[in-house]
Design a binder for this molecule. Structure first.
Ligand code: MN
Length: 200
């Protein structure tokens, strides 16, 4: 779905007269592709893991959030592409709107496509997504090192795919860290979800 209206689903789901989320302009690419992880206190708390690919943010909802322990396999359910501007969105989505709840930028930075760098592989991000095997090196403030996103099994009855987000075994792996609980605050503003929610 790398077509030019890959943001249509995103826009169709939202009423920009009500939500302060960005409508997003056309696709735009950064010199170094970005990633962002947003903590989203919606009906169910989850983390939205987003990777810039071809000018949009490819997105997965990760209920438990990322781990720094390679033994953890975190469920990641794909969601609609988001515009690049979303990477800086932090605030409140009004109740009753799609995704209603509080959003915090939990981590952000740049990433590298590890498969593209691998001899004998060289897969682009588009190919990696198509194949269901993404391997990236994150350079974030809280998360660093290799992460894999692996599509697993078949889509369920509603067509939803299941992927797994797994820390790769490298020098940045650390089973003792637990940054989702020890570093809950925004990397943009230092605020907690509660502080964003009460600021209105
Ligand atoms: Mn979300």
């Amino acid at each position: 779905m790398a077509s030019k209206d890959s943001l249509k689903t995103y826009r169709d789901k939202r009423d920009f007269g009500r939500t302060s989320e960005p409508a997003g302009s056309e696709k735009k690419s950064s010199e170094q592709p970005r990633f962002v992880i947003q903590k989203h206190d919606a009906r169910q708390l989850h983390y939205d893991f987003r990777l810039e690919v071809d000018g949009v943010l490819k997105s997965w909802a990760v209920p438990k959030g990322p781990s720094t322990d390679p033994r953890d396999k975190r469920l990641a359910v794909p969601t609609e592409d988001h515009p690049m501007e979303y990477a800086d969105f932090e605030g409140i989505i009004p109740e009753g709107e799609y995704g209603g709840g509080t959003v915090l930028v939990w981590d952000t930075g740049t990433y590298r496509n590890l498969r593209e760098e691998k001899e004998g592989d060289g897969a682009s991000m588009e190919q990696a997504l198509e194949q269901g095997t993404v391997e990236v090196w994150l350079e974030g403030k809280k998360l660093e090192g290799g992460y894999a996103l692996i599509r697993t099994g078949k889509p369920d009855k509603s067509g939803k795919e299941r992927w797994l987000l797994i820390k790769k075994r490298d020098e940045k792996a650390d089973a003792r860290r637990n940054p989702t609980s020890t570093e809950p605050e925004s990397v943009l503003t230092g605020r907690t979800l509660e502080e964003i929610a009460s600021a209105g």
